[in-house]
Design a protein around this ligand. Structure first.
Ligand code: NAD
Ligand code: 6OH
Length: 484
């Protein structure tokens, strides 16, 4: 049995209470995780604060940049360990963890290191009507101690997406990864040690949300800002908690993303792209498309083609390099996804494929698998078309006109991402600009440039991270006005 510990002030520490970490692929308990109590969260925040007063607070940008590249080197030098930990955490296929999550973790450190190195600041030469002259320039300072709370779906990618820019800006962090995925954040602590990151700069506390490490961290008076990725309702709870001390927050929340497929699309590209957008990571990516709108003339053909893709997905052990789809994260999440499969039936859906649980003879039968699933025939007002399911499932509806497609895609309280599939470039631009979301892809999906703004509107979040947006969130600007 493996033991997963907290990491505070440069030391791995145990706690009195532990919780089990379960392998999603077969339901077995693979590790015991130390749950941080409130005194440990206090110690983590204190250690972060102290590091800002010690060497870390005196590091210049050049030293921070060099250190962040060393963290990336340390991740790459333990590539296989990180892949194994990501697979153990999530049950995602080893091919996906090796192609997406672990390379992105290293890239997050490199990109934000390079960005802070080259980022300039704004300056203005001011002339007043009464003849005064001044130079205004802004300087960037760390926020201080940043609390980072992350979900289980892309745990290492999303954690490093926040830790890297926070450290680039000179902050110290206390991270609280999802209770479902404690492994990679703990391995990252080892990589921080290996890279020579000073004690207290990266602290890690394990536990749950309410009345556990998550809430203790967001409630902590000495945390200067909170950045969170997860469900919209959790974001609302965190917002209530931090309101008392008026901390800045950055929220990357849920989605019910649309894809719009026009009859003039490159058909094979669109089918392949949407198969990715619906089924990647067993549909557990906040950017996944759960609503697919297809122009009437190609509707039947598209439904058939996506059905073919869904039915050809190799579902199996995450450790098999040929596996394309693994389990959902937990028994509880599977119950949620299956409850939506039942709801779609009750709401009158036609099941094109899936709708249940795959059968395995092996121990995978105890894992949290569901079938990739496609529905048609639901009213746009159906709850299963309106609410985020977060599984390998979509509803496909036909549309008659561009206006109707835009109206249906935008008819949601969420607004994270959209994708548009057309070979008409002018239409691609025109429709993209009407999407009420933070991220729109045309003829692609989840094609990322880490310098671009990332975030959502409505229930999908507050603020943007990515590139300069991250640097601006993770710093305080002090404008200095010099009378000339
Ligand atoms: P979740 O909201 O249940 O949990 C996320 C984290 O918040 C966990 O670490 C959890 O322990 C913690 N938490 C829960 N309640 C808390 C509280 N009251 N105070 C402090 N911390 C608390 O989300 P999840 O189920 O882990 O992840 C799936 C959700 O995340 C989906 O809704 C998905 O769309 C969303 N997501 C969004 C993005 C994005 O970039 N917009 C990215 C990934 C996932
Ligand atoms: C959500 O599940 C995926 C989020 C992806 C990113 O935040 C990213 O930076 O690619």
């Amino acid at each position: 049995m493996k033991f997963i510990q907290n990491y505070i002030d440069g030391k791995f520490v145990e706690s009195a209470r532990q919780f089990a970490h379960v392998n999603p692929a077969d339901g077995s308990v693979v590790a015991q995780v130390s749950e941080a109590d409130s005194s440990m969260v206090d110690a983590a925040v204190l250690s972060a604060r102290k590091s800002l007063r010690r060497d870390w607070g005196r590091f210049g940008v050049r030293e921070r940049v060099a250190l962040l590249h060393k963290v990336a080197d340390a991740i790459e030098s333990r590539f296989d360990c990180f892949v194994a930990a990501e697979v153990a955490d999530t049950g995602k296929p080893i091919s996906l963890a090796s192609k997406l999550d672990v390379p992105r973790a290293a890239a997050n450190f490199r990109v934000f290191a390079d960005l802070i190195k080259t980022a300039g600041m704004e300056s203005f030469h001011t002339e007043t009507p009464d003849g005064k002259s001044a130079l205004n320039y802004a300087v960037r300072k760390p926020l201080g101690v940043v609390g980072i709370i992350t979900p289980w779906n892309l745990p290492l990618l999303l954690l490093t997406w926040k830790v890297a820019p926070a450290l680039a800006c000179g902050n110290a962090v206390v991270v609280k990864p999802s209770e479902e995925t404690p492994g990679t954040a703990t391995l990252l602590a080892e990589a921080m040690q290996q890279a020579g990151v000073p004690d207290g700069v990266y602290n890690l506390v394990h536990g749950f949300g309410p009345n556990s490490a998550g809430e203790f961290l967001t409630r902590h008076p000495d945390v200067n800002a909170v950045t969170f990725t997860g469900e919209s309702q959790t974001g609302a709870a965190i917002m209530r908690t931090v309101a008392a001390s008026v901390k800045p927050v950055s929220f990357e929340l849920g989605g019910k993303n649309a894809a719009i497929v026009f009859a003039d699309c490159e058909f094979e590209d669109a089918v392949n792209g949407i198969a990715q957008a619906v089924f990647l990571n067993t549909g557990q990516v906040c950017l996944c498309a759960e609503r697919v709108y297809v122009e009437r003339p190609i509707f039947e053909r598209f439904v058939e083609a996506l059905k073919g893709k869904a039915e050809s997905l190799r579902i199996g052990s995450p450790l098999d390099v040929a596996t394309e789809m693994g389990p959902l994260i937990s028994a509880q999440h599977r119950e949620k996804v299956l409850s939506y499969y039942r709801l779609a039936q009750e709401e009158g859906a036609t099941t094109i494929t899936g709708g249940g649980v795959p059968h395995f003879e092996s121990s995978l039968g105890n894992g949290f698998y569901v079938q990739p699933t496609i529905y048609t025939g639901l009213a746009e007002s159906a709850r299963s078309v309106k609410e985020e399911i977060f599984g390998p499932v979509c509803h496909i509806a036909p549309f008659e006109s561009e206006e109707e497609a835009v109206q249906m895609a935008n008819d949601t309280k969420y607004g994270l991402a959209a994708s548009i599939w057309t070979s008409n470039l002018r239409r691609g631009h025109r429709v993209a600009q009407q999407m009420n979301v933070g991220i729109t892809w045309v003829n692609c999906w989840f094609l990322r440039d880490l310098r671009t703004p990332f975030g959502g509107v409505g229930l999908s979040g507050i603020g943007r991270e990515g590139g300069m947006h991250s640097l601006n969130f993770y710093s305080e600007l002090n404008n200095i006005c010099i009378r000339l």
